[in-house]
Each structure stands twice: as structure tokens, then as C-alpha cells.
Ligand binder design. Structure first.
Ligand code: NAD
Length: 385
């Protein structure tokens, strides 16, 4: 019998329901030591609680008060997917209630709020706490990571990682909380997309030491959905140009978090260029990865169709496509595997230390972009490895 971990979901919007979908088709995974069961849900929007009533029969508690969910002794672990301004209070209370946590990024609206979460986490070291970031679970991304970890790429010339959206190009798109700095945070697009682009570099030990950021603001107001216009206060695009120095490497790294990238729907990518080997993966070509092996002869990129070669084996044949919902489920498999004492098949979800390091980068980028200066990144002596 598989061990069952009973979950509460706080925030049943876009991401809360993605988890429900991943948990509902857990039989998709061929070999897992445990499974999640959603037993309690919380949202202030009653229609979303109704969605869970209609679709998730295992749920026994429906509440608009997250403290009621935290008082439920049947809840072992919580997935919390609420607007950024609520992260600090909710995550702190979840940890104080003794529940394991998969939190959403940016894991605190800013560095100060992240520090408060980390302080409570330090008092509760037995809890498993991770930060959501699913894109590195694409098989092609795993191939790029494995090649980088092999040490075979030689001197790194440059790394570029990005997450590109485009729907904000539409000036008529109504406002939502992700475009309001008081709810989303001053990082703007970096707070939404920064953890996605930094997860892999930080996992590989590539921390920007200094950086310069270009912050772009093109849309200053949006329809409020009621016939009027309201201020749109978050940064649209950020391009961070940084310098990474490790024991044996010194290279530039470019990080792009763009909400207005014409033509890009949800493109996550990473390109690593090395003197011996190079590698590239983009969700635009989700079944493939590309690499180049330079041994002195021709400089030719190779492309391999990977299909469904997932970190956690699934019932889907390897020839079929892997997509976003699969990446979400693989991330959940990694979290649940760690809950059950496993090692997440060698690739754990983003750690709180990585989330903290990403705050250090975004804080420096905000200062750099506002003042147009090069800024050193202050990791406050904390290591990610
Ligand atoms: N991992 C990813 O790919 C990804 C994608 C999108 C968003 N996110 C993150 O997920 C989090 C939520 O984003 P979303 O897109 O799901 O937003 P959303 O607006 O769709 O959902 C947030 C939910 O929180 C609920 N909520 C608000 N206040 C509440 C309260 N006091 N108590 C209980 N519920 C409350 C809202 O009613 C809403 O249903 C954010 O941190 C965001 O950055 C992650």
C-alpha cells in the first residue's frame, strides 16, 4: 500500500486547481512510494470551493478561513497558492501549525518578508518546505541540467535563461492582482517569473555576484473590467545581465522575465554555451533538447526527440508528448517523494534557500533597474548548496 499524505489547499485559483488535477491522475505515475490526497480546501471565492465540491470527492473541509484549515488535524501538508501579499502571513502560520508546505513563488512578496518566513522555518526544521517551480521537470530541461552537472561543458561562455509571456501587449486586457504592485510586490514581472528562471542556475551553483538590470514599463493603466481605467503599477519586462563567478568558472548570465515578449505564450528556456559542449531547451519545442559537442571538427548542433522521458516514470509511452500539466505532476511527485523519505529521484523542488537566494538577486535587480547602476548581490552569507 502506498503511503497517503493528506493535503490542504489554500488558494484554489489557477494553481490550486492544477494541483487538484495532478493529484486526481496520480495513477498516471508508474512508480511512486506515496500519493497525495486533498482533504481540505480554503478560498475566499465560494465558486472555487464549489469547483472542488464538484470535482474532488476526497475533500471533507471547505472553508474561507485558512486558520480553520490549519486547525484541521487531518491535514499533513499544505499547498498555498495565494496572491504574493499574503505569502508571509500564510506561510508563517502554516509552519507554526506544524504542516509541511509547498509554497508558491516568490515565497514572500519581498526580501524582508522572505526573511520572516525563513526565520520561522529555522524554528521548524522537521517540516519539509519547498517552493513551486515546475519547468525544470520537462525532460529536455533535465537533459540540459545533467549535461551541466557532468562538468563536460568546459569553460562556460554564457548562460541565458528566460520566461516570456506576451498577452500583456494587449492594452485592453483587464487588470488583475498580478499587475498591482501593492498585491504582487515591487518586483513586478520578476516576482512572478524570477524563481522560474533562477531555479536551474541556482541548483547548478551559478549565483550572480554582480548585475545590471533593465526594467521596462510600457503599460501604465488597464481597464478595470467595469468600464473605467486603473493604474497598472508593476514592471512589464526585466532583463538582468549578471556576472557569475564560481571556484572554476567566470561567465556572463542573462535572465529575462518578460510579460510583453511579442508572440511568446509561456516560453521557458535555458541555453548554456560552453567551449566543449553547449545545450539548449525551450518549452516551444517541448519534446526536444539540443546540444553541441565540439571536439575540434564541425560545429553542429544535434536535436533529440525525448518524448515522455520523465524523471518519475509514467504509464505514457516514451514516444508521446510531455506538457505543462505533466511538469506540474512531476514537481508534485518530487515533493511527495521527499515527504515519504525519498530523494525526489535526484531532482528536488526548489528549496527555501534557493528561494531566498532568488530574493537576493531580485532585490539587487530592482535597485539596479531603478538607479541604472551595477549592483553587487548580497546573499547575506547564506549558501544554496
Ligand atoms: N508555478 C507556476 O507556474 C505558477 C503559475 C501562476 C501563478 N503561480 C503562483 O501561484 C500563486 C497564486 O497564483 P494564481 O495564478 O493561482 O492566482 P489566482 O488569483 O488564480 O488564485 C489565488 C487564489 O487565492 C484566493 N485568495 C485570495 N485571498 C485569500 C484569502 N485571504 N484566503 C484564501 N484564499 C484567498 C483567491 O480567491 C484566488 O482564488 C502566486 O504566488 C503565483 O505567483 C505559480
Amino acid at each position: 500500500m502506498k503511503k497517503v499524505f493528506r493535503f490542504g489547499v489554500i488558494g484554489c485559483g489557477l494553481m490550486g486547481r492544477e494541483f487538484a488535477s495532478a493529484a486526481a491522475r496520480w495513477l498516471h505515475l508508474a512508480d511512486t512510494r506515496a500519493r497525495p490526497e486533498i482533504v481540505a480546501v480554503c478560498d475566499t471565492n465560494a465558486a472555487l470551493l464549489d469547483w472542488f465540491k464538484d470535482n474532488v470527492p476526497s475533500v471533507r473541509q471547505f472553508t474561507s478561513d485558512y486558520k480553520e484549515l490549519l486547525a484541521n488535524p487531518d491535514v499533513d501538508a499544505v499547498y498555498c497558492a495565494v496572491p504574493h501579499v499574503l505569502h508571509k502571513q500564510f506561510y508563517v502560520d502554516i509552519l507554526k501549525a506544524g504542516k509541511h508546505l509547498l509554497g508558491e513563488k516568490p515565497f514572500g512578496m519581498d526580501a524582508a518578508q522572505n526573511r520572516e518566513i525563513m526565520a520561522v522555518l529555522a524554528e521548524n526544521p522537521k517540516l519539509l518546505v519547498r517552493c513551486s517551480s515546475e519547468m525544470p521537470f520537462f525532460p529536455g530541461a533535465q537533459k540540459v541540467i545533467a549535461l551541466a552537472e557532468s562538468g563536460e561543458m568546459g569553460d562556460i561562455l554564457e548562460v541565458e535563461a528566460g520566461f516570456l509571456h506576451s498577452s500583456d501587449i494587449d492594452r485592453q486586457k483587464p487588470i488583475n492582482w498580478k499587475r498591482m504592485a501593492d498585491i504582487n510586490g515591487d518586483y513586478g514581472c520578476m516576482g512572478d517569473l524570477g524563481m522560474h528562471v533562477l531555479h536551474v542556475p541556482l541548483r547548478l551553483g551559478w549565483r550572480p555576484q554582480t548585475l545590471h538590470a533593465q526594467l521596462v514599463k510600457k503599460i501604465i493603466e488597464r481597464p478595470d473590467g467595469k468600464g473605467g481605467m486603473v493604474p497598472c503599477t508593476t514592471w512589464d519586462n526585466a532583463t538582468i545581465s549578471s556576472r557569475v563567478q564560481t571556484k572554476d568558472q567566470d561567465f556572463p548570465m542573462v535572465l529575462k522575465t518578460w510579460r510583453i515578449a511579442p508572440g511568446e505564450a509561456n516560453t521557458w528556456y535555458i541555453r548554456i554555451l560552453g567551449m566543449k559542449k553547449s545545450a539548449f531547451f525551450t518549452t516551444k519545442a517541448p519534446r526536444q533538447w539540443q546540444w553541441m559537442d565540439y571536439t575540434g571538427g564541425a560545429q553542429a548542433w544535434s536535436t533529440e526527440d525525448l518524448g515522455y522521458g520523465s524523471l518519475f516514470p509514467a504509464i505514457t509511452g516514451k514516444i508521446f508528448e510531455f506538457g505543462f500539466a505533466d511538469a506540474i505532476q512531476q514537481m508534485w511527485a518530487a515533493f511527495v517523494d521527499e515527504l515519504a523519505g525519498g530523494n525526489a529521484n535526484g531532482f528536488a523542488c526548489a528549496t527555501p534557500e534557493e528561494a531566498r537566494a532568488h530574493h537576493a538577486v531580485l532585490t539587487a535587480a530592482l535597485k539596479s533597474g531603478r538607479e541604472n547602476i551595477v549592483v553587487p548581490v548580497d546573499y547575506e552569507g547564506v549558501s544554496t548548496r
